[in-house]
Design a binder for this molecule. Structure first.
Ligand SMILES: [Zn+2]
Length: 383
């Protein structure tokens, strides 16, 4: 059972013109949501996170700072900006992540047809702005509130004993790592291009105090392929997840490791992202662990649409993904390059999405596995 959480309000956060984390990303997410809603996938509306929910991971002074931007365009850091409605939209993104957690933990307040069904369930939360760079007291890297951290803290508050976060965005989730660095109840696993923005995420960062061993960083050299990512998942990430036995799996789902992404230097394909989703889906299904996927980065619009569409297909356990993908691919450019108020100038995003799939592993995956094993084997003996 899969639910989506989405809202057209996510188009109301307006970074300056030319910013990669742009409004059109919300239109892509909405197109994916509309497409699957028309095929019977339930879509839940988000609600704003409350102050109490945000304060589980952010400081009171930081909440005041964001609230003070209401109605205004403010530069929060080198590449993070607010607009009139950003404070509200960011709270809605964090709240959407909570709605996703609640949906899979007990489905309270929903009218899902199989409410009460014991099967494992999945949620895909389609939000912007992203969250994983945001720290307790700092906006950073396009992120205002740390959506996945708010979701994890909510799950802990609801009684979960062990929450795992897998972050496959191409950037290191520095904010998420830092928020739970000393907390053994939250396992944070991140794959990321390294060295790269934001500079953190070395393999030797393994957690501290009571949380030592519960941060697993998998830094990967630029140029990694689908095969490299799958190797890392099969040799490191999935074994650690199985050993941890989470009550809830959260995924920071960023798609900027794709070969066409304008911000990074990895060489993944849409098929490769589908495979990562399939690995996590299978693990969660076997372990009967509910899972919530929350969007992070991904700045090539057609890639973002195709990856999200593929992920929905995977989480529905659909094999007929080819037909659905093409439907969304058609919907995406029409909304971002054509006529009407949403129109943007033609960009490389509007070119056909033809991929050269580099399926096999290069040396980068094996090197990452070797490095992480050397650091993490003392905490995870099965590696
Ligand atoms: Zn990213």
């Amino acid at each position: 059972m899969l639910v989506l959480v989405s809202s057209d309000r996510f188009a109301d956060h307006l970074p300056p013109p030319g910013h990669p984390e742009r409004v059109a990303r919300a239109h892509v997410m909405q197109a994916v949501s509309d497409h699957w809603a028309s095929r019977g996938v339930p879509v839940l509306a988000p609600r704003p996170a409350t102050a109490a929910e945000l304060l589980r991971v952010h400081t009171p002074a930081y909440l005041d700072r964001i609230a003070a931007t209401a109605g205004r365009a403010v530069k929060l850091d080198a590449d993070t900006f607010t607009s009139r409605d950003t404070a509200e939209v960011a709270a809605l993104a964090a709240g959407a992540s909570i709605v996703g957690v609640d949906a899979v933990l007990d489905r309270a307040g929903t009218t899902l047809p199989d409410a009460g069904h014991p099967d494992v369930s999945f949620a895909l939360v389609l939000v912007r702005p992203p969250g994983h760079h945001a720290e307790a007291a700092r906006a950073m890297g396009f992120c205002i509130y740390n959506n996945v951290a708010v979701a994890a803290a909510h799950a802990l508050a609801r009684g979960c004993a062990r929450v795992a976060i897998v972050d496959y965005d191409v950037h290191h989730g520095n904010g998420t790592e830092r928020i739970f660095y000393t907390d053994r109840r939250v396992l944070f696993i991140s794959t990321h291009q390294f060295p790269f923005y934001p500079g953190t995420g070395a393999a030797e960062e393994t957690g501290a105090a009571g949380g030592e061993g519960f941060t697993v960083n998998v830094p990967i050299e630029a140029g990694a392929t689908d095969g490299d990512y799958l190797l890392v998942f099969d040799r490191v990430i999935l074994p650690v997840l199985r050993a941890f036995q989470p009550d809830l799996l959260l995924v920071s789902a960023g798609f900027d490791a794709h070969m066409r992404d304008p911000l990074a230097g990895m060489r993944m394909s849409v098929a490769g992202f589908n495979d990562l989703g399939r690995r996590l889906y299978a693990l969660a299904s076997v372990a009967r662990c509910p899972a919530v996927f929350i969007t992070e980065g991904g700045y090539h619009l057609k890639v973002l649409g195709a990856c999200l569409d593929g992920l929905v297909g995977v989480l529905l356990d659909r094999r007929d993904k080819a037909t659905t993908s093409s439907a969304v691919a058609k919907a995406v450019p029409a909304r971002v390059s054509g006529k009407g108020p949403d129109a943007e100038p033609l960009t490389p995003d509007d070119l056909p999405l033809s991929e050269e799939v580099v399926a096999g592993p290069s040396r980068r995956g094996a090197a990452a596995v070797q490095l992480v094993r050397a650091v993490q084997q003392r905490y995870w003996p099965g590696l």
